[in-house]
Structures are given as C-alpha cells and as structure tokens.
Design a protein around this ligand. Structure first.
Ligand code: ADP
Length: 476
C-alpha cells in the first residue's frame, strides 16, 4: 500500500511537470504568435484610417499596452518614425530585460533577415529568431500601404524568453511541491496502511489461534466496514466451531455412557448364564430375556443416533407432498390399539375432519410416533393419551396429551435438546435414548414448523406442533 501511494504521488508529479514545464513553452509560443497577429492587424487598420501623426500615436499606445517592440520606418528604411527607446515607451519589466539597449540592438540586427523573408512573402512575414541562451524572439514585418500615402514598414518583435524564466520559477516551485507531496503521500500511506493492515494482521493472529483450537476468540475489525464484517463473520465461525466441537464431545460422552450400561448388563448376564443359571431353564430364560432386551435397547439407541446425525448433516432433503394428516395419525394409533386391549391403555383421537398438509409424510409420522411413545411412557395412572387435530389460524395443530407427572417449567425448553432427560424421570425402566424429542425438533425445524410443550407438574403434559394448512374435507 505504501508503495502504491508513493508511486501514485510520483505519477501525479510527473504529469504536473510535463504539463507545466514542457507544454507551457508551446502554449506561450502560440499565444504570442496570436497576439502579434492581432497587434499587426490593429496597426494596419490604424495606418489605413489615420494621418501619420495620429497613426504614430496609435502605435505608441499599442506598444505600451503589449509587451512588444514596434518599429515603424519609411519604405526605403532611411527614416525611422517610431522606435521604442527613442519614444520612451514599452519599458518591459526589469527582470525580463536587463539591458534594453543591447536587446534593441539585437532586434535591429534582425531587420535585414526579416526584410529578406518579407520579400519572399509578399510584403509580410513571421520569423522565429533563435537567440543566445534560448532567448528566442518572434519577429513580424509588414509593408503598410494605403491610398494616397507613402508606404511604411512596421516591425514587431516579441520576446519569447519570459517563458523560460517563468519555467525556471515554476521548476523551483515544482521541486518544492514534489517534495512536499511525496512526504505527504508517504505519511498518509503509512497512516492508512497502518489503519488497514494492523487490523488485518490482528485478524490473522486470531485466525491462527482459532486454527490451533482456541475457541471463543473475538476478532477485532478496526475502522473499515469490510474489515468489521470480516471480523464478525470470523467471530461467528469461531462460535459455530466451538459449538460443533462441544456437541461432538457431548456426543462421545453421552454415547459411551449410553452404550456402556446395556453392554455391562449383557456381559454380566452372559456370565451369570455361564457360571450359574446355565442348567436352570427358568432362570436361564429370564437372564436371556434381559440380554435380548438390552440388545434391543442398544439397537434403538444406535438407530436414533444414526437418524439424528443424518438429519443434522442436512443432507437428507425433505420429500414434501400433500397428504392426509388425519389419516396418517390414525394409522399410527392403529398400531398401538393392541395396547388398549392388553395393557389397559386408552388412546383418544379427537378429530372429525380430514386435514391435508404439505410436508414430508414419513418424517411427520416419526414425530407423532416419538411424541406418542413419550406420552405412553409418561402417561400416569389413567393410562390415557389424547391426540387432537384442529385448525389454528392458517395452520393445523397436532397435540399429544397425557396426564402423567408433567415437566417442571425450567426444563421445558431443555427436553428438546439432545440426550436431555428430565430430573424426575431418571428411573431405568423409563429410560429412553434421550434422542426422541431432539429428532422431532430437527424434523420440525426443517419444516419451519412451530412446536412446543405445555405442562403442569402433577397434571400432565401436552406436546404440540403446527403444519401449514392446505385444505380440509369433512369426514363421512
Ligand atoms: P427419551 O428417550 O428419554 O424419552 P426424549 O428426547 O423423547 O428422550 O425426551 C426427553 C425427556 O423429556 C425425557 O427423558 C423426559 O424426561 C421428558 N419428557 C418427554 N416427554 C414427556 C412427557 N410426555 N411427560 C413428561 N416428561 C416427558
């Protein structure tokens, strides 16, 4: 950045130098030629319209107002009508003309050359005379003619060297300007690069820390919006990384704990069969049943874990389609009906309309199944589970209700998290995988559906979710 700034300043200076110093010369030359032409025209008109006295006065005026030397001589060159020093006019500023007399001599010495050019050029000619020390002169000569008048010759000399002295001044000035602007550019670029690169360096340091596994880093962005955004994004990334790292550690801790219990049980019961109950068919069957149950539990756990990791990887796209939610819930309840007869449960489904929703049918069925399994697990003394389906605003709400122990208010949010089990439900026979609700949460979040829990300790719980309503048909 520093380098770019300096190069930029230098380029600007070069442009300035070229424009000022080199082009000024040409510009001044063109301007002078133009001016000389104008003066010549004025003199010619004055000669045509005035008598000699009046004309010479005009010449004196013109010569005063322009920085030029004008000579008027008779056609034969013998009489001089007008000469600057003799007529005491056209005193050029001192710095331009150190020795006017000598300069005048120089002009007069050029008259011969000018005359030659005039003869070739039909009575008038422009000549640029190269002087010593690059003190060039623009010379113009013309024969003045008018009716009933003796012709005269006018010579106009315009010194071109003021431009070289101007250029000298400019050059000196430009050296200062260049020095100052390069110093300013250096300072400014140092300051700016400091303001931009320091935050970048800091971000880099922090990123290195992050790469080394240090979490909770807050990236500092400095003063520029883009850098602040970058820093914010990186801070966000670091938070996400930390979360996923924690989840991973959590997962390993929970999984190893959950796998360990059934495995220990299986091992100890297998040992018991080998050492004690192998010959006692009754005991042996009992112990084998425990092993089978534990193996089943392991199976469920592994399946749930696979399911949630598949869901969370986000690779499983939803297969949304319109389906009859009422019918889907009924078919799930149907598989539980056997428990009504065998175990005295009551499953009450309250809905008299076929509600159609646009969702992934299999996944929503899984949500309902998980909620039902929990309600059955925690159904309380009356062994009743109530499922209601009704329209709520633009959505259809499904509610699963039990009259069990309920959930303390401070745990309501946490039960949807992975591996969370309510403090009051830690009994082994009710132990699940702790993944059921988080699978529901994952599926419902993917559907952008609202969901939640209403519960009063001692009275029961209601788990609900809402899906976007498509249409409804009255049941026959
Ligand atoms: P689990 O397999 O342990 O049931 P879940 O994710 O399905 O895992 O549930 C998490 C926890 O939420 C349960 O352990 C339980 O403490 C609580 N919970 C879920 N459903 C109910 C319910 N209907 N009544 C009371 N507590 C419940």
């Amino acid at each position: 950045m520093f380098l770019y700034f300096v190069v930029f300043a230098a380029a600007l200076m070069i442009v300035l130098w070229v424009l000022q110093v080199f082009l000024l010369n040409n510009f001044y030359g063109t301007m002078k030629t133009q001016q000389t032409k104008e003066v010549a025209r004025e003199i010619e008109t004055a000669f045509k319209h005035n008598n000699t006295d009046r004309f010479l006065k005009n010449v004196a005026e013109i010569s005063e107002s322009y920085d030029m030397y004008i000579y008027v001589v008779s056609y034969d060159g013998k009489t001089t009508y007008y000469q600057p020093s003799a007529n005491d006019v056209a005193q050029a500023p001192e710095f331009e003309l150190a020795e006017p007399e000598e300069k005048e001599m120089q002009y007069i010495s050029q008259i011969q050359t000018l005359n030659e050019h005039m003869m070739k050029g039909n009575g008038s000619a422009y000549v640029k005379i190269e002087g010593a020390d690059s003190q060039d002169i623009l010379a113009y000569g013309s024969v003045l003619t008018a009716k009933n008048k003796e012709p005269m010759i006018v010579y106009i000399f315009s010194p071109l060297w003021p431009v070289s002295s101007t250029i000298k001044i400019l050059t000196n000035q430009l050296i200062f300007v260049t020095l100052i602007s390069i110093i300013v550019a250096c300072l400014l670029s140092l300051y700016l690069s400091f303001r931009i690169t320091r935050p970048l360096r800091k971000i880099n340091e922090s990123a290195k820390d992050l790469a080394a596994g240090k979490y909770g880093i807050v990236f500092q962005g400095g003063h520029y919006t883009e850098l602040v955004n970058l820093a914010d994004t990186l801070t966000g990334a670091s938070i996400e990384l930390e979360k996923s790292d924690m989840l991973q550690k959590d997962l390993i801790a929970n999984v190893s704990h959950d796998l360990k219990t059934p495995l220990t049980m299986i091992r100890s019961y297998a040992e018991m069969i080998r050492d004690l109950s192998g010959d006692n068919p009754k005991k042996r069957n009992e112990h084998l049943q425990v092993i089978i149950d534990e193996a089943d539990r392991l199976n469920v756990l592994v399946n749930d874990m696979l399911e949630i990791s598949r869901l969370q990887s986000g690779k499983l796209a939803l297969e949304k389609a319109e389906f009859n939610l009422t019918h889907a819930i009924e078919s799930i309840l149907h598989t539980y009906r056997i428990m009504e007869e065998e175990d005295g449960y009551t499953f009450d489904f309250q809905c008299d309309t076929d509600y159609y929703v646009d969702a992934d049918e299999e996944k929503i069925k899984q949500v309902v199944t998980n909620l039902l399994t929990n309600a059955i697990k925690f159904c309380g003394g009356d062994k009743t589970v109530i499922v209601t389906l009704k329209k709520r605003g633009r959505n259809v709400e499904c509610r699963v209700e039990d009259h069990g122990p309920g959930i303390p208010a401070d745990e309501l949010d946490r039960i949807w998290e992975r591996y969370y089990r309510s403090s009051s439900n830690m009994k082994r026979e009710k132990e699940g995988t702790g993944l059921g609700l988080s699978i529901c949460k994952e599926i419902l979040t993917q559907h952008k559906a609202k969901f939640g829990t209403d519960s009063t300790v001692g009275e029961g719980s209601q788990f609900w979710f809402e899906l976007e309503y498509v249409r409804a048909e009255k049941r026959k």
